[in-house]
Design a protein around this ligand. Structure first.
Ligand code: TRP
Ligand code: SF4
Length: 531
C-alpha cells in the first residue's frame, strides 16, 4: 500500500468488524494490516499482541487510578509502555496526553472515544493536547483549506463540549505551530526515505508533503515534552501504531547518551551480557586472592562448564569466549557505561563532571563504577536537558477497538448509515439505531431459547462504548439479558435509539454553549491558506 489513497481511516477509529467486549481478545482469522492511510481492518486483536508487540491493557489496569469505563470494559484493549503514565498519574507527577484529528469529515462516535480519552487524562492531572492535523489532511487526503477549517471547528467544538478544558490544556493546528515545525525539521534529520518506505510503503510516487506530514506527526507526539521530558500517552486506534513505533525510535535517536551495562572494556550483546553476569555471580569475585577476577578466569570457568548447564546458544558462547580471551588479564568489574551518541562536547564534559565516584573516560564513552543503571539513566537525562538537549522519554500509547458499522462491516465516514455523526440530527440518530443490524436470532422464540449474540451486535457496542456511560451495571445488565434470552432486539434497539437521541440532543446543546470558549481558545480557526 502506498499510503496515498485518500481513503477512510483515522486515529479515532473507523473501521473493522467490531469485536466483542467480553472475551478480552476476540476470535477471527483475517490478517492484520496496520496502515495509517489504508483501510485498516483489525479482526483479530490477538494478532496485534503477537505480531506487533502491543501489550494487553488488562495487565496495567490495576495500576491505573480511577480507570475510565473504556478501560474497564476492554474497549481500550492494548498499550505500549503505558506504565510510566499510570505511575505518574498515581503519584501526581508530570504526565501528558496528546492526540490528533484529521479534519476530513464530521466528527463521529468513533472520534468520541479519543475525545473521552484525552479528557479523562486531563481530569487525572495530565497536561492535555488536542491538535488538528491540517497538514496531513491536506497532504495525504487532498482536503482544501476551506473544508479543513470547517471540519476543524466541528472537531474542536465536540472536544470542548465533552469537557476538554482549554485553559489547562492546549489546542493547536499543525500548520500554524512554528515550534512544532522546527521540531519536525530536527526529527527529519534522524529519519530517511528507506525507513519510510519500509514502514509506510512509500515509493517514488509519494509526494514530499505527505512525507513531511509524517515528520510533523512525529513532532506532534513529542511536542508535550518540549518543556521537559515526561511520560506522554497517545490515545489512538491501532492503525496509528506504526507512527507510535517510529516516534519511539526517533525519541531514542535524539538522545545524547545511551546507557548500558558492561563488565570490562569490550562491548557485549544482551544475551552475552546475561551469560557473563551469571558467571560473575557464580565465581564469587571476593574469593579471588587479589580481589581481581580476570577475564581469563571467566573464560576458563565457561569452558569447564558442561554445555547443558549454560543457558546460551553456541554462537553466543563462542563470541563471549573470544572476547574474554582477547581481554586476557583485564579485571572483570561490573560498570555502567554512558555512550556518547550525539552529545555536544560541552554535554560530554558536563556528564564527566556529574558522575560521582570512580569513573573512566574514553574517546566516546564513560564507564562509571559506583552508580547503578537506573541512576545512570536519570543522570544522563538530567545532563542532556541542562546542556540543551530534549531528553525525550519514549512516548506511550493506548489503543481502542474500532467500532462496528451500524450496517455491519466497517464503520466508515463515507457510508452515513454505518456511523453516527456527532452532528447528526437527533431524530436521524434515532432512526439509524433503529435500522441497525443486530446480533439477534431469526425469531423471537429462538432468541428466548438461545439468547442473542451481544458479542457480535453493533447495538450492544453502542451501549458499551457510549450509551451506558460510566454505569457498568447497566452495561452488564444489557449484556446478560441479551445472552440470557430475556432481551429482544426490538425493545433493545428502541431503548438504544432513545438514548442516542438524548445523547445527540444534549451534546449539540453543549456544542452551542462552548462556541464562546472556542473563540477565546488560543487556536486559529481560519487558515490564511486558500488554495
Ligand atoms: N494521523 C492521525 C490520523 O490519521 C492524526 C494525527 C496527527 C495524530 N498527529 C497526531 C494522532 C498525533 C495522534 C497523535 O487521524
Ligand atoms: Fe443486540 Fe440488543 Fe438484540 Fe442483544 S437484544 S442482539 S444487544 S439488539
Amino acid at each position: 500500500m502506498t499510503g496515498d489513497d485518500p481513503r477512510e481511516e483515522s486515529a479515532s477509529g473507523e473501521p473493522t468488524t467490531g469485536e466483542p467486549l467480553t472475551d478480552g481478545g476476540a476470535a477471527g482469522a483475517d490478517d492484520v494490516a496496520l496502515d495509517p492511510w489504508g483501510s485498516s481492518s483489525v479482526s483479530d486483536y490477538r494478532n496485534l499482541f503477537e505480531e506487533f508487540g502491543i501489550e494487553e491493557f488488562d495487565e496495567v489496569l490495576e495500576e491505573v487510578p480511577n480507570p475510565h469505563y473504556l478501560m474497564r470494559r476492554g474497549v481500550i484493549f492494548g498499550h505500549r509502555d503505558y506504565r510510566p503514565v499510570a505511575e505518574a498519574l498515581q503519584n501526581d507527577e508530570p504526565a501528558a496526553v496528546l492526540s490528533g484529528f484529521m479534519p476530513t469529515g464530521d466528527p463521529h462516535i468513533g472520534h468520541k472515544l479519543v475525545f473521552d480519552e484525552i479528557i479523562w487524562h486531563q481530569q487525572q492531572g495530565a497536561d492535555a493536547y488536542g491538535l488538528i492535523a491540517d497538514l496531513e489532511a491536506n497532504a495525504a487526503r487532498g482536503m482544501s483549506w476551506a473544508e479543513i477549517d470547517e471540519h476543524a471547528r466541528d472537531y474542536l467544538l465536540s472536544l470542548l463540549a465533552l469537557g476538554f478544558d482549554p485553559e489547562e490544556g492546549e489546542l493547536y493546528r499543525q500548520s500554524t505551530n512554528r515550534e512544532l515545525q522546527d521540531l519536525a525539521f530536527e526529527l527529519g534529520a534522524e529519519a530517511n526515505f528507506s525507513e519510510f518506505q519500509a514502514i509506510y510503503g512509500f515509493d517514488g510516487e509519494t509526494d514530499v508533503s505527505h512525507m513531511q506530514s509524517v515528520v510533523t506527526q512525529m513532532a506532534d507526539i513529542l511536542y508535550p515534552q518540549l518543556e521537559e521530558p515526561k511520560p506522554t500517552v497517545i490515545p489512538v486506534g491501532p492503525d496509528q501504531d506504526p507512527h507510535v513505533r517510529l516516534a519511539r525510535d526517533l525519541a531514542e535517536r535524539m538522545r545524547f547518551f545511551k546507557v548500558s551495562e558492561a563488565y570490562a572494556s569490550f562491548e557485549l550483546e544482551p544475551d552475552e551480557r546475561a551469560l557473563v553476569a551469571a558467571f560473575y555471580e557464580r565465581l564469587e569475585p571476593e574469593a579471588f586472592d587479589d580481589e581481581q577476577l580476570r577475564c581469563v578466569h571467566v573464560a576458563e570457568a565457561l569452558e569447564e562448564t558442561p554445555l547443558s548447564e549454560i543457558e546460551a546458544d553456541a554462537d553466543t558462547l563462542r563470541s563471549v569466549l573470544t572476547k574474554l580471551e582477547e581481554a586476557g588479564m583485564e579485571p572483570v568489574r561490573p560498570r555502567t557505561r554512558f555512550f556518547d551518541r550525539r552529545a555536544t562536547d560541552e554535554a560530554f564534559d558536563a556528564l564527566i563532571d556529574a558522575i560521582d565516584g570512580e569513573k573512566r573516560v574514553y574517546e566516546s564513552h564513560i564507564d562509571a563504577f559506583e552508580i547503578d543503571r537506573a541512576a545512570a539513566e536519570e543522570l544522563a537525562r538530567e545532563v542532556e536537558v541542562e546542556t540543551g538537549g530534549y531528553g525525550f522519554q519514549p512516548p506511550s500509547s493506548i489503543y481502542h477497538r474500532f467500532m462496528t458499522g451500524l450496517t455491519g462491516g466497517k464503520m466508515s465516514s463515507s457510508i452515513p448509515a454505518s456511523h453516527i455523526s456527532l452532528l447528526d440530527d437527533p431524530e436521524d440518530g434515532y432512526d439509524k439505531v433503529k435500522a441497525a443490524t443486530t446480533g439477534g436470532r431469526e425469531t423471537a422464540e429462538e432468541q428466548r431459547e438461545k439468547g442473542g449474540k451481544a458479542d457480535e451486535c453493533p447495538v450492544y457496542e453502542l451501549y458499551a462504548y457510549l450509551l451506558t456511560g460510566d454505569d457498568d451495571e447497566f452495561a452488564k445488565r444489557v449484556y446478560d439479558e441479551c445472552v440470557g434470552g430475556e432481551r429482544l432486539c426490538g425493545d433493545c434497539k428502541e431503548q438504544a435509539a432513545q438514548l442516542m437521541k438524548e445523547f445527540l440532543a444534549e451534546h449539540q446543546e453543549k456544542r452551542a454553549e462552548v462556541e464562546d470558549l472556542l473563540e477565546e481558545a488560543d487556536i486559529e480557526l481560519e487558515s490564511p491558506r486558500r488554495r
